[in-house]
Design a protein around this ligand. Structure first.
Ligand code: 5GP
Ligand code: ZN
Length: 117
């Protein structure tokens, strides 16, 4: 998988910097967010460096589909589906994206309001 040596999530994927990894397979990895916004806050990332949803191409469809299945497996393992969980993708700095490597936030363990802040 192609990684970007300057990307913090690529460094986590390649184990160059530590993270609490909760799931890993050939195409995806998941780890606990450093600054959790809920009792459970996990980031699911593709092992390919894709900066944002808006940078995806058609060839990425399996990788991105795989992210959702990985998120479902993690939710299953942690029993998050019983009370529900929120999945968030911020796309672009104006929408709150701060790390430019696609990631799915899984948030659970508290009540969430709508519309989101
Ligand atoms: P974004 O704002 O791009 O949607 O989400 C980026 C997330 O990555 C934030 O929730 C932030 O707390 C988390 N984060 C940033 N740097 C690190 C890091 O080095 N390790 C971990 N585990 N999470 C990080
Ligand atoms: Zn990356």
């Amino acid at each position: 998988m192609s990684l970007d040596p300057d990307c913090i999530f690529c460094k986590i994927i390649s184990k160059k910097i530590p993270a609490k990894i909760v799931y890993e397979d050939e195409f995806a990895a998941a780890f606990e967010d450093l600054n959790p916004q809920a009792p459970v806050h996990i980031l699911v990332v593709p092992k390919k460096h894709i900066p944002e949803v808006h940078a995806m191409s058609a060839e990425d469809r399996e990788i991105v589909g795989h992210l959702f299945l990985a998120a479902k497996k993690i939710a299953d393992q942690k029993g998050l589906h019983v009370k529900g969980y929120r999945m968030v993708i911020n796309n672009g700095a104006g929408a709150g994206q701060s790390v430019f490597h696609i990631h799915l936030h899984i948030l659970s363990g508290r009540r969430f309001s709508w519309p989101p802040g």
